[in-house]
Write a protein that binds this ligand. Structure first.
Ligand code: FE2
Length: 285
């Protein structure tokens, strides 16, 4: 047996698609498109970012979710949220909102205009295994000052949002897919290596700069899906690189999706739509 580390290579490099969502929010989508429907266990990846409030102010008025978890990471700006569990509040620059819809939640996500109009952030949808799809909904907010930042070597900064890096654990825990969610910033010409469990799906979202990702050169903005192996190696280019590095354990279950509902069968989707129509969608408050 060999103990040789296998560096994961990029198997798919996706250019995000511009889409309109909610009440007219312009965003860049990399997962949940015609090009790429699902990267088990990740169902959707959106990047909202603009200096023009007209691109985001319409927001996401009250809408349902069932069968998923969503992780929203605000980089710049603020979003006010309200939900059927009775939560309301504002998440701002650097904060993370983690929502487990389980059997059903109704919520509203309304951007607040920033001082210079700039708003930027990411939303990831993580699938729930069949046994947890109808579990009670949950909602948590993680403030920026509770997210550890690690500087393992000069030129490298890593914010640990979920999972573990170096000896730090991220504050987002108990997500069924056991994700790692890191925000990595590299100075120009810096090498970064990380071990990631070989049974996890891994992707990077390069949102600034450029660099070599396991032998593939990429420039922002790109979603890079990695193939088999146990380590990720990155070397940033001339202006440095900033990227999210996200991994999770695949579920290997059938999916049936319809907008904000993601279940295992079409029958379950029909039930969700029917319950929404007849007012029995929300199971717990
Ligand atoms: Fe939502």
């Amino acid at each position: 047996m060999s103990n040789k580390i296998i560096v994961r290579k990029v198997t798919n490099s996706i250019e995000p698609m511009v889409v309109m969502e909610g009440a007219g929010v312009r965003l860049r989508r990399s997962i949940a498109t015609r090009q790429l429907d699902y990267v088990d266990p990740f169902l959707l990846f959106d990047h909202f970012g603009s200096h023009d409030p007209a691109d985001y102010m319409p927001g996401f008025p009250m809408h349902p979710h069932r069968g998923i978890e969503t992780v929203t990471y605000m980089q710049t700006g603020s979003v006010r949220h309200t939900d059927s569990l009775g939560n309301s509040g504002v998440i701002s620059t650097g904060d993370v909102q983690w929502m487990t819809s389980g059997s059903g939640i109704m919520h509203e996500e309304m951007p607040q205009q920033g001082i210079d109009g700039h708003m930027e952030g990411f939303q990831l949808w993580v699938n729930l295994p069949a046994k947890l799809k109808m579990s009670p909904p949950r909602y948590q907010e993680i403030l920026a000052n509770t997210i550890p930042e690690v500087i393992p070597d000069p030129g490298i900064r890593v914010k640990v949002i979920a999972g573990q890096y170096a000896d730090q654990h991220g504050p987002v825990t108990e997500i069924a897919a056991d994700p790692t969610y890191l925000d990595v910033a590299l100075e120009p010409g810096t090498k970064f290596n990380i071990q990631i469990a070989s049974d996890h799906t891994v992707f990077a979202y390069l949102y600034f700069g450029d660099g070599d990702f396991g032998g593939t050169f990429a420039s922002a903005t790109r979603l890079l899906i990695f193939g088999e192996g146990d380590s990720i190696q990155v070397e940033s280019g001339k202006i440095g690189a900033k990227f999210l590095l996200i991994s999770g354990k695949p579920l290997g279950e059938p999916i049936a999706r319809y907008g904000p509902f993601v279940m295992n069968t079409q029958q379950e989707i029909m039930e969700a739509i029917k319950e929404l129509r007849d007012g029995t969608f929300i199971k717990s408050k």
